[in-house]
Unconditional design. Structure first.
Length: 611
């Protein structure tokens, strides 16, 4: 996903736009660009971070106006070049446009526009949209709002856009379909952004655009309509985002901040939802669907990346504790596999952002086939939250680090609560539920104990930092944890890592093991402990170096491995919430030791809004 910020008001736009853009940089950071209206349209673009654009602007005049827009890009159509960076312009009227999303029929539109004599300078779908608005502009009475509406009627795909035009120097037009966009309302000023994080420093009074909405904004007011020009009344709300939540607060990186926030974010996630005394879970979002969940025949959990790993743990929980058939699906595969959805199927879309295109597509496929759709989402009001029948928010606060940490934990905690909500209504005894809820209440304090070991986890990680291939192995509930440990390491340290069930290793991957290869085993006390010990010996016998995540008090394991990282004792179904913490820290310290930009890993973006 890319980031958009636009401003119209009485203040100098440039600094305000750049400040907002920096807050959105985690969404994409290949290149950045800005357009400011100052009598005429001035555009500057730069490859690289927002700081590169800032440096360039220091050498340029003409960027002093109070109407403008800007963008930070995660490349989809066309490579990372200045010509492909946004804003894109039309070739006739001084129209500048920034865009998040994909124009799917851009190729046909480009052919049409070329036949009309337009010349393109980039490989992007966005330039096609700018050109189309320009092509329609004159024929619609030189009215930017009308031209944007008309152009969007021709477009297939997803968009959040902001548009300005030299011929209408007091107008900003914005629109959305399938990609978030918010309008913040200040005193005679408006700040538009694809993420509330860029707005809250200026105002908390805002509204989110609905799909197919177009807003024309001037300094004296705004008008909201559909792309068919039907007036719409937006729902203005207070943004519930605290500036502190989106600032580093003394930490060197958002990822580290978010790892250390996990005790508190777990408390927030569970607050008011679990009652250990009565063995009860209360999930307001599901209360109207309790019967459907009690009678559910099958649960399909669908997601991508880290969220999929959380979903896999959810599957184990649901089968084990709620005794319901459950399966997990890569959202990207599910949609195209002609899936069988029978009566009584519940589909659960798990997503931090709620904007992941693959997950949205899978969700809609399941809904079309008659499944009850639930969302397990962090971002309030996101597309998945809106498109599901019901759901449970994570309540872990904004996650800025590209590598997901506290959202993973929140997803696992929410899936645990949904499982217990179902299990109690199916066949779990109050005593069993009470026991697990008591253990859940202790999770935050236990995470704190693991975090105290951060310096030791750092030392252990640094011992292996020159190794290019790592294995992460676990069984049962901690097989997905092993996958998550491997993904974290890959994402930010660029070390090759594979996660797999510990028992699977001997069926082939064992051939990879050579002298000194690090193998991280999740070897906490549980049903498969002895079996994991055997797998550890298989690795050691071939020269591998074993780092074990083990249960406090298990002194015996130290005789079998090279390094041990301890986690407090916990009921097995809840163990991933503790076992993942040392793995998150290992990934962080590995990336740091290798000198990488932890919060902005290469090639990644926080939320992937293209299929
Ligand atoms: O926003 P979502 O949870 O739907 O995102 C899904 C994945 O793109 C995401 O978890 C990704 O794998 C992260 N980079 C993991 O750290």
């Amino acid at each position: 996903m890319c980031g958009i910020v636009a401003y119209i008001g009485n203040k100098p736009a440039k600094s305000l736009l750049l400040e907002g853009l920096k807050r959105l940089e985690y969404r994409g950071y290949d290149s950045a660009g800005i357009a400011i209206m100052n009598g005429k349209l001035n555009v500057a673009r730069a490859v690289g971070r927002v700081s590169m654009l800032e440096e360039k602007l220091e050498t340029l005049d003409g960027f002093d106006g109070s109407l403008g827009l800007c963008h930070t890009r995660w490349a989809t159509h066309g490579g990372v070049t200045e010509l492909n960076a946004h804003p894109h312009k039309d070739d006739k009227h001084g129209i500048a446009l920034v865009h998040n999303g994909i124009i799917e029929n851009y190729s046909a539109l480009k052919t049409y526009l070329k036949e009309k004599g337009h010349t393109f300078t980039s490989e992007t779908d966005t330039e096609v949209l700018a050109m189309l608005i320009g092509e329609l502009y004159e024929g619609l009475g030189s009215d930017l709002e009308a031209a944007v509406q008309a152009a969007l009627r021709e477009v297939d795909g997803a968009y959040a856009i902001a548009v300005i035009c030299e011929k209408e120097p007091d107008t900003l037009v914005v629109a959305r379909k399938g990609s978030p966009l918010f309008v913040g309302i200040g005193a005679e000023e408006y700040i538009v952004a694809s993420d509330a994080a860029a707005i809250v420093a200026h105002t908390t009074h805002a509204f989110a655009l609905d799909d197919y909405n177009v807003v024309k904004i001037t300094r004296s007011g705004f008008r909201t309509s559909t792309i068919h020009n039907v007036p719409v009344t937006p729902k203005i709300e207070q943004l519930e985002l605290d500036l502190q939540q989106i600032e580093l607060g003394g930490y060197p990186h958002f990822m580290l901040k978010e790892i250390f926030e996990q005790p508190q974010s777990m408390r927030n996630c569970m607050s008011g939802r679990i009652d250990a005394k009565d063995g009860r879970v209360t999930l307001g979002g599901l209360s109207n669907f309790a019967k459907d969940l009690t009678r559910a025949k099958k649960v399909i959990l669908t997601a991508q990346g880290t969220a999929l790993h959380a979903a896999m743990i959810g599957r184990y929980l649901m089968e084990d504790l709620a005794k319901v058939q459950a399966q997990t699906e890569y959202a990207s595969e599910f949609r195209y596999r002609n899936p069988i959805i029978e009566d009584g199927t519940v589909v659960v879309a798990v997503s931090q952002s709620g904007e992941t295109a693959d997950t949205i597509a899978a969700l809609n496929e399941a809904k079309d086939r008659g499944a009850l759709a639930l969302g397990v989402v962090n971002v309030v009001g996101s597309s998945i939250a809106r498109q599901t029948d019901a759901g449970v928010y994570l309540r872990v606060g904004p996650e800025i680090g590209v590598a997901s940490t506290k959202a993973f934990l929140g997803q696992v905690a929410v899936l645990t609560m949904i499982t217990l909500f179902m299990a109690r209504r199916r066949m779990m005894s109050a005593d069993h539920c009470t026991d697990l809820l008591r253990e859940m209440e202790q999770i935050p304090a236990k995470i704190e104990r693991i975090l105290e070991q951060a310096p030791r986890i750092k030392r252990v990680t640094e011992k292996y930092i020159d190794r290019e291939n790592w294995l992460f192995l676990g069984r049962g509930y901690n097989y997905p944890t092993a996958l998550e440990g491997a993904l974290k390491l890959k994402e930010i340290s660029y070390i090759h890592a594979e996660g797999m069930p510990a028992a699977e290793m001997k069926h082939g991957p064992i051939a990879l093991i050579n002298e000194g290869m690090p193998a991280v085993f999740i070897a906490n006390k549980g049903r498969q402990y002895e079996k994991v010990l055997s797998n550890i010996h298989e690795v050691r016998a071939r020269g591998g170096h074993v780092i074990a995540v083990a249960t406090e008090g298990d002194e015996h394991i130290a005789d079998h491995v090279h390094d041990v990282l301890y986690i407090p004792e916990v009921a097995e179904p809840l163990s991933p919430m503790l076992a993942v913490i040392p793995l998150q820290l290992m990934a962080y310290y590995a990336a740091l030791a290798r000198g990488h930009d932890v919060d902005k890993p290469r090639n990644l973006a926080k939320s992937v809004t293209v299929e």
